[in-house]
Design a protein around this ligand. Structure first.
Ligand code: 5GP
Length: 135
């Protein structure tokens, strides 16, 4: 599905581009969680991780590794989160898959603050449920 990121890929709206290949582009988030917050996206128009062909997903991971290393080096070797909001209920606003590289400083807010502990026997049942859905 076309989105604002299609326009960025096509150069129809500006972005602060970090690096671009034939199949991916990385650019700074316009509303950053921290300075250096960078989005890594494939040029293929897909919304979700599972929509991406496996070879594209593998290429995207290599691309992200390169971008994230540069972001870290640019901010004195900073730590960072690599995040994907996959779907509306996961916080995805732009329906074009994008990984966030978010530099973190000492005292930065942490993800995973909210937890949902398993009850007796639930962990095994959930494990079985997911294994049954593997391709
Ligand atoms: P999501 O919530 O979908 O995972 O994240 C979408 C991100 O895209 C947000 O962090 C938002 O600031 C960023 N964003 C939305 N529109 C634009 C834009 O036009 N340019 C840039 N550089 N970032 C954008």
């Amino acid at each position: 599905m076309a989105s604002i990121f299609t326009k960025i890929i096509q150069g129809k709206i500006p972005c602060e581009s970090i690096v671009e290949t034939d199949s991916e582009i990385a650019f700074l988030d316009i509303n950053p969680c921290s300075h250096g917050h960078t989005l890594c996206i494939p040029k293929r128009e897909v919304a979700r991780l599972e929509d991406l062909p496996p070879e594209d997903a593998a290429a995207l991971m290599g691309f992200m590794q390169r971008v994230a290393a540069a972001v870290s080096r640019a901010f004195d070797g900073t730590d960072y989160n690599l995040m994907l909001n996959n779907g509306v209920n996961a916080g995805q606003e732009v329906p074009h898959i994008h990984f966030h590289v978010i530099p973190r400083k000492p005292g930065s807010s942490r993800p995973f603050k909210s937890r949902e502990p398993y009850g007796e026997g639930e962990m095994a049942a959930v494990g079985e449920r997911i294994r049954a859905c593997l391709d």
